[in-house]
Design a protein around this ligand. Sequence first.
Ligand code: TXA
Ligand code: MG
Length: 318
Amino acid sequence: MREHQTMRLEDTDAGIAAAAALLREGRLVAFPTETVYGLGGLATDDGAVAAIYAAKGRPAFNPLIVHVATLDAAKELGEFDAESLALAGAFWPGPLTLVVPAKPGSGLSDLVTAGLSTVALRVPAQPLARRLLAELGAPVAAPSANPSGRLSPTTADHVIDLLGDGRIAAVLDGGPCTVGVESTIVTTYPEPRLLRPGGLPVEPIEACLGTKLAIGPGAGGTVTAPGQLASHYAPTAALRLDVTKAKPGEVLLGFGPVDGTLNLSPSGDLTQAAANLFSMLRELDGSGADVIAVAPIPHTGLGLAINDRLARAAAPRP
Ligand code: TXA
Ligand code: MG
């Protein structure tokens, strides 16, 4: 049964208490992380997790990221080897998700892991997310708060646009996300591997481990990541990439000296570009142009995640 209104909860003690109470009841609450807004539900509640899949229209075989307040809370849900501990120690709280073997009997809904023996865990750094998770004291399953295949939301207004028809009970408004692309997903089992580029660049991860990361889903082939579907993160307009001069009728999303209708970062700062990526794509998509041309983005640091999202948005649609 759908209510017709989604509540907007403010960044106050009362807002956080209300969000935690709704989650405890098995309701869905979108909340800010430093990467993107998450569509949260209690990870131990089968009904809540099923409702997340329903709200997103997501294929049910895709496992979800579980958010917790601390590494200690994460250790109750998954097994950490020395390399995972090193990464958690260096980068949590932050825009890193670690895929580790799930601990049996942890109470997580089987729907969260979609039948895999591993679980994706994240300790976000966004202050409001941290206060919510601490107040709740329970794990929260949360994919990005967009219907499957749409651009990820980086403001509470985006969430209201996408899911505000009562599909979720509330959105906790923490302002715009500072990182702007989803977390980097890494596993160390059986060897260090990058499963999804994201808000934490690969270079510091490799420096921390003292080794290169393998890339992609790996030999097991068990990873079914929606972020790995070719046409994920699609706006309505078509995308043309690595463009320095727009054709007539195209709008140009600039970067650095390649200026356009909007510019991801006039100074060529990749951190600023990542933070602006989804909201600027959304704004240009709303302009009614058939094609969004995008300036070249370097493939270093956060540029890896930005280029990954752009390539998926530009891919042929199913
Ligand atoms: O920044 C983020 O990561 C955001 C915020 C809300 O935390 N969340 C997010 O979740 O992007 P979602 O569901 O859109 O992406 C989760 C990714 C998917 O690609 C999924 O397949 C992968 O994590 N994943 C989850 N569990 C996994 C597992 N056990 N093994 C491999 N990949 C897994
Ligand atoms: Mg997503």
